[in-house]
Ligand binder design. Structure first.
Ligand SMILES: C[S@@+](CC[C@H](N)C(=O)[O-])C[C@H]1O[C@@H](n2cnc3c(N)ncnc32)[C@H](O)[C@@H]1O
Length: 254
């Protein structure tokens, strides 16, 4: 059967690729690239650089496709994402059948690590469940933005014996997670930290982590939140896109 490798590629620095990922890349016949978002030119350039730099042992092809757009007509967020996953899975399924021989190996290069806020695994599971195009698949972990954030700020994410909560800007807007003192926030296009009661909170923020444009700001939320908002807006305007992540830490340990 066709073999599909989901390879975590880190979040912007080719040197964050693991040796396992490089070995896996060197078994690949076709690299599938789904283009998406405003950042797509920059991200595609990084993917190209990774392939050119690390695939040495064989010839491979790259196949590009445009990511289907989420249908704004579908009212609920859940249904919209579900329909979009379906479209993407059909698209991948057709590409696998068309572009790979029955014993061929394909790779999908996944930003960061496939285990965090990434739909690729769910899409592959749909293809396996449908069974139209039989595949074997494997996941090769990558360094996620959470790890780069922690490393750059020299942080242990949990307090001694404590928990870490990972969430989205959309969820944080509903309130600071109850009972938690250490919260990592991803996918926040709205600077949701601006709305939080700030007395007791520290923030460790990072954008474009791993890349040459990397930005870092940290401190008491009350003191630095306006700086972050300003720096973020300026960087976004300059580059046309931004990816940022932050840890919110209560000074008083819950
Ligand atoms: C769709 S999720 C993908 C996460 C990815 N799978 C990972 O392991 O980091 C995208 C979110 O990850 C975070 N992110 C990804 N790359 C980043 C980077 N280079 N710098 C800062 N945050 C990043 C941001 O919060 C962004 O909104």
């Amino acid at each position: 059967v066709r073999k599909i490798l989901l390879i975590g590629i880190g979040t912007g620095n080719p040197e964050h690729l693991t040796l396992e990922a490089i070995a896996a890349l060197n078994t690949v016949d076709v690299v599938f690239v789904l283009e998406k978002g405003e950042e797509k030119a920059d991200l595609a350039a990084l993917r190209r650089e990774i392939c050119a730099r690390f695939i040495q042992s064989r010839t491979y092809r790259t196949v590009h496709a445009d990511d289907p757009v989420r249908d704004p007509q579908v009212a609920s967020y859940g249904a919209r994402v579900d329909a979009w996953h379906d479209q993407r899975s059909v698209m991948y399924e057709q590409m696998f059948a068309r572009e790979l021989s029955e014993t061929g190996t394909g790779a999908i290069l996944v930003w960061g690590d496939p285990s965090l806020y990434d739909s690729t695994l769910r899409i592959i599971e749909r293809i396996v469940a449908r069974g139209h195009v039989p595949i074997d698949y494997r996941v090769i972990p990558g360094i996620s933005s959470v790890q780069v954030l922690a490393a750059r700020h020299k942080l242990v994410l949990n307090r001694v014996g404590g928990s870490v909560h990972i969430t989205t800007g959309r969820r944080l807007a509903e309130g600071f997670p109850e009972g938690m003192s250490d919260v990592v926030v991803m996918l926040d296009g709205e600077c949701t930290f601006m709305q939080l009661p700030e007395d007791d909170l520290l923030i460790y923020w990072g954008a474009y982590l791993g890349s040459e444009r990397e930005l870092l700001i940290s401190g008491p939320l009350a003191q630095v939140k306006h700086d972050i908002e300003r720096v973020r807006a300026a960087a976004r305007a300059k580059n046309g896109w931004i990816m940022d992540i932050y840890l919110l830490r209560k000074r008083t340990h819950a």
